[in-house]
Design a protein around this ligand. Structure first.
Ligand code: TMP
Ligand code: ASP
Length: 235
């Protein structure tokens, strides 16, 4: 069992600890739910464990398909072991169906399926509310290495194929999701952070019921009940 040492960083939903191996970190998933860049906040007992479990399961699926991520192993209910990464300051969003900011920003109708998946980059900055950026901004502001941009786009689309199929088999529509990337200790570009119902929109394929964090964002129902339904179906 890796040893939890110094606390490196505490974010809204996770705490990062160093271990005895300088290349490996422990992610602790907190029972905190936040939305709108931390403006809305609640403590929900059991959320950390659900997100850690779902995220670990998804990373394992991606590994089986040869996708590089920081995930090493699930350590306990609330903790996973990951490779230390030099994180890029962009969030990569893939959308299959219109929802959320793309509805507000471009006037798409919620629920409208795109002809092909839409990939967008956002600047990871809570104070600025994660604005949409182009490749030129990423280059000018040094948000990620230029050569990583096509890698992020292609990886995000591959992940979309894998996870769309996976969720569909379990009666769930993958509406959209967010990925973060960084440089791993072996120098390759890989997925970091979490892939959980906090960072994806997942709708029941039959009823359209929203099972993800939109339940919390817009008071649509018990958040953890939605997360439990997702976990039950996919495990
Ligand atoms: P958006 O429609 O608000 O731009 O969100 C797109 C997807 O990204 C959605 O699945 C939720 C996820 N997301 C995050 O994981 N973190 C964020 O800070 C935001 C704004 C969205
Ligand atoms: N991830 C952001 C937050 O936790 C925004 C959101 O998901 O709505 O505040």
């Amino acid at each position: 069992m890796p040893e939890k040492r110094k606390k490196l960083y505490e974010g809204k939903a996770k705490i990062v600890y160093e271990t005895e191996d300088p290349d490996k970190l422990i992610l602790h998933f907190k029972d905190t739910a936040t939305a709108f860049d931390g403006v809305k906040k609640a403590e929900l007992k059991g959320k950390g464990s659900l997100n850690n479990t779902i995220s670990s399961l998804i990373f394992e699926i991606l590994h089986r398909h040869g996708i590089k991520t920081h995930f090493i192993e699930k350590l306990s209910d609330n903790e996973m072991l990951v490779w230390r990464a030099d994180r890029f300051l962009v969030e990569v969003v893939v959308r299959n169906v219109a929802a959320g900011s793309v509805v507000k920003r471009l006037g798409f109708k919620e629920g409208e399926r795109f002809e092909r998946p839409l990939v967008e980059f956002f600047y990871k900055n809570d104070e600025l509310h994660d604005p949409l950026v182009c490749e030129t901004h990423i280059e000018l502001m040094n948000l990620a290495p230029m050569e990583a941009i096509p890698v992020m786009r292609e990886t995000a689309l591959k992940v979309n194929d894998i996870l769309s199929k996976f969720f569909k088999e379990h009666g769930i529509t993958l509406v959209d999701f967010k990925l973060e990337f960084g440089k791993l200790p072996d120098g390759s570009v890989g997925i970091v952070d979490e892939i959980s119902p906090d960072s994806m929109r997942l709708w029941d394929a039959k009823t359209g019921e929203k099972l993800d964090k939109d339940r919390f964002r817009f008071d649509l129902g018990d958040l953890l009940e939605g997360y439990r339904k997702i976990l039950k179906r996919i495990s």
